[in-house]
Design a protein around this ligand. Structure first.
Ligand code: 13P
Length: 340
């Protein structure tokens, strides 16, 4: 375990004014996204789309890192270099999704636990040799009638902690992502309660497995109203509740926290981040690690056509820039300045 490298990587991931692009959609998820714009989900189209994103001129000034899917980490960029090297040359840290997706939890209908611990140490060694310096593991917590169960929160917390320990041993910074889904009719109060219980259990497991908080990044969902809830909380309420939960649960020793967008609209994801990052006296920097909220407009502009690449890159550059402002709490002021 190279502690100096872990510390340097973690600090770079949350460098001021930058965030992380999640581009680690599995081929199945990619298929869904591509279908929405009528693009065939071939290996070459997936490569071409990632090239479009990673090759966007100037986007590197807003991105500290990119999370890759295994397939992408082995593909070549247009200049012939492998994508991890291509990103590193631009000063962007290559990261890698290492979980293997979710399976049902026996005896717990509708609940999932994430797989991928078997053989993980060997895979991490290879990813390190390929240049990947941080990793991601996503756990999924669903809110519904009588769920999440204790079993779901407990099982996911323990696999997250075991994954994090394996990463640190391999000198790779673990990003732990316990995502509380926003689907459902639940209230924001219920989301807050579930998010707090999830993070408490996760950090109890992190401590139980002797994971160092100093070399750990949390990727969390925000505390929001359920997508179909009758009352949709406003930006300030989301920001206050989310930060309250984080302050109660996340060690101050941790170098930073990043957010997923989870199906929020592009603008909501930016507005929520901006409101939280503008708060004074937080123990950690906050930034974005969005997939959909960074990529949606670019995907729509691209539609699989080489002739649309420049327009798609412009759309991606804009969202990256807006979120880079938001993670410094400067986005709203910039909007007002532009409107004036
Ligand atoms: P979204 O921002 O689209 O939620 O994706 C982030 C992510 O990495 C999910 O694992």
């Amino acid at each position: 375990m190279d502690k100096a490298l872990l510390s340097k990587t973690a600090a770079a991931m949350v460098a001021r004014g930058k965030g992380i692009l999640a581009a680690d959609e599995s081929s199945g998820t990619c298929e869904k996204r591509f279908q929405s714009v009528n693009v065939e989900c071939t290996e070459e189209n997936r490569r071409a789309y990632r090239q479009l994103l990673f090759g966007t001129p100037g986007a590197e000034q807003f991105l500290s890192g990119v999370i890759l899917f295994d397939e992408t980490a082995r593909q070549k960029a247009n200049d012939g270099s492998l994508f991890p090297d291509y990103l590193a040359k631009k000063g962007v840290l290559p990261g890698i999704k290492v979980d293997k997706g979710v399976v049902d939890i026996p005896l717990h209908k509708g609940e999932k636990v994430t797989e991928g611990l078997d053989g993980l140490a060997k895979r991490l060694e290879e990813y390190f040799r390929m240049g990947c310096r941080f990793a991601k593991w996503r756990a999924v917590i669903t809110i519904g009638r009588d769920i999440p169960s204790h079993a779901c929160i407990y099982a996911n917390a323990h696999v997250l902690a075991r994954y994090a320990a394996a990463c640190q041993a391999a000198s790779i910074v673990p990003m732990i992502e316990p995502e509380v889904l926003l689907d459902g009719e639940h209230t924001i109060e219920r989301c807050e309660e579930v998010t707090e219980a999830t993070l408490r259990a996760t950090y109890a497991a992190i401590a139980a497995y002797d994971v160092f908080p100093e070399y750990l990044i949390l990727k969390t969902s925000m505390v929001v109203s359920g997508k179909d809830s009758a009352r949709q909380a406003g930006v300030d309420e989301v920001a206050e509740r989310t930060v309250r939960v984080l302050k109660r649960t996340v060690p101050a020793a941790q170098p930073g926290i990043v957010f997923l967008s989870g199906g929020q609209s592009d603008e909501s994801a930016t507005a929520h981040l901006n409101a939280m990052a503008a708060m004074k006296g937080l123990p950690w920097p906050l930034t974005f690690s969005y997939s959909r909220a960074l990529q949606n407009p670019a995907l729509k502009a691209w539609k699989g056509q080489a002739g649309n690449v420049a327009a798609a890159q412009k759309a991606f550059h804009h969202r990256a820039q807006m979120n880079a402002l938001a993670c410094q709490g400067k986005w709203r002021a910039e909007l007002e300045r532009q409107a004036a």
